[in-house]
Design a protein around this ligand. Structure first.
Ligand code: ATR
Length: 271
């Protein structure tokens, strides 16, 4: 049995073990996937102990994605672009770091929500780690433009600058300068933790705008209610979570699980 885990702090509410158990059953892979709580000052030690015990890889969640990036000895292109790693594979020769968050988001938008991004106007709200993890993949879907707005303008500018060579027009702005009537709005801020429904004004929405919060559960509810109240199509981060897990599963096992029944099971609480 090959061992994997999700490493974070906190990690007890992670749904990744349930998702990977369903993937493993579906593809008949002999693996175990656990939760690993790492002390805030003990991420590296926890990881080394897990790898030394024979584990094959892990997912990394808050707040360790940047540290995981530093500990990887090799990076996929998308992880290098994001400067953050959410998936590690422990190979003989070293630790390979990948970032599957962006592909997970884009696959959820395009396949599950059936919203092609090509030629669309996309607004990315936030410029922290969560936003950095997905911008490269959003750009790869060839939207007409991606606007990154953030409370601190300098962080939006830095994020845009680090992706300026990818051939899609990018703009950085403050929250107050967010453009109107976007096709897709992605909330990658943690502002819901402060109790605000949305960090941006409702004029960013138009009827049918896909308004996606990367969080799920109660933390996303304020934003989703706000979006629905203004005629947008709300979507939480559960589909992205399943899709990023499927990308990680492929990175480790070379097999693509069917995400549709897994997302369905999570939504109906059957996991
Ligand atoms: P994460 O890994 O979740 O992205 P982060 O790197 O700390 O965490 O980034 C948090 C994001 O949420 C940032 O874009 C932050 O804005 P600043 O860069 O200006 O700090 C944003 N954010 C957090 N609280 C917010 C609030 N109350 N209103 C608006 N934006 C907020």
């Amino acid at each position: 049995t090959d061992r994997y885990a999700v490493v974070g702090n906190p990690v007890e509410h992670s749904r990744s073990p349930a998702i990977h158990a369903m993937f493993a059953e579906q593809t008949q892979q002999d693996l175990a996937y656990e939760r690993l709580l790492a002390p805030l000052d003990g991420f590296e030690a926890a990881l080394r102990a897990f790898a030394a015990a024979g584990a094959k890889g892990c997912n990394i969640t808050v707040p360790f994605k940047f540290e995981a990036f530093r500990l990887a000895t090799e990076h996929t292109e998308r992880a290098a672009r994001a400067c953050a790693v959410n998936t590690l594979r422990f190979d003989e020769g070293g630790w390979v770091g990948d970032n599957t968050d962006g592909a997970g988001l884009v696959n959820d938008i395009q396949r599950n929500a059936r919203r092609p991004l090509e030629g669309r106007q996309v607004l990315l709200v936030g410029a922290g780690g969560a936003a950095a993890g997905v911008l490269g993949s959003l750009i790869a879907a060839r939207p007409a433009i991606v606007t990154v707005v953030n409370r601190s303008l300098d962080k939006a500018q830095a994020l845009v600058a680090s992706h300026a060579d990818l051939g899609v027009p990018l703009r950085a702005a403050t929250l107050a300068e967010a453009p109107a009537a976007q096709d897709v709005v992605v909330n990658a801020t943690s502002s819901s933790l402060a109790g605000a429904a949305s960090p941006v004004d409702a004029r960013v929405l138009k009827p049918g705008t896909l308004a996606l919060d990367m969080m799920y559960g109660p933390k996303a509810q304020g934003f989703l209610d706000w979006a629905a109240a203004h005629g947008a199509e709300p979507r939480d981060g559960l589909g992205m979570l399943v899709e990023q897990a499927a990308e990680a599963f492929f990175f480790w096992r070379g097999l693509r699980p069917d995400t549709v029944p897994v997302l369905k099971a999570l939504r109906s609480g059957l996991e």
